[in-house]
Design a protein around this ligand. Sequence first.
Ligand SMILES: [Zn+2]
Length: 232
Amino acid sequence: MCVFAHDDAKQERFINEESKHLLGGMQHKAGQSKYTKEIKALMVLFGDAIDERELKEHLEENNGNVALVIEKLTSKLMNIDAKESEEKEKSKEMEKKSEKVKKEEEHEKVGEIKPGINLQGYCNNEKCLASKGKLLVWVNLEFIEISFIPDKTKLECPNCLEKTVTTVIKAMFYNSEHSIHAIGDLKTVESNNYQCTYTIDAGLSYELKAQKIRQLATSIEDLRDRTMKWQI
Ligand SMILES: [Zn+2]
């Protein structure tokens, strides 16, 4: 990476050096170690970042002017450092951005999902942060039987604790035996899955029911089934 400047003065000096070398062994040695002190000094300063050969090249390039070499190398290294720290800053910013995204995702869900019926909707209380942020809140009703019109509810907001969740858009049954029925619809959906989510249509009214999964009964039945199988 070292570019030699072939100015005449330098060329001349080089020739002079060469001719001196031809004069005797002692002088030849002196010529070879011409920049030894300078290189030693530069090695102390830049030895970690630049190897000896390159330092020598820099010295030759600058006619042995140590101060000039130091200045050049320092600014070169500082530029590299600046670039590196710039890149670090950028990656830090990226991290912050992705952190922000995560936080917003977390904030988007206000309220906890608990076993039983969980309704997701919007709080209408102007003083509520969930309402200001237009965030969806989860309202847990546990194990009950209810009927409601999705845009005429008065559910308690988990954030402001006022009965201001007036719009429901989603229903989730968590860890419960349940049924959901849209009034006017012939079909009732029943399930006892671990987690089931249903979209609530604003134009309909609903009947929801959730009860605890009868684990004991099922396990006794299971046990009986297994015993029967063994007997066969
Ligand atoms: Zn609220």
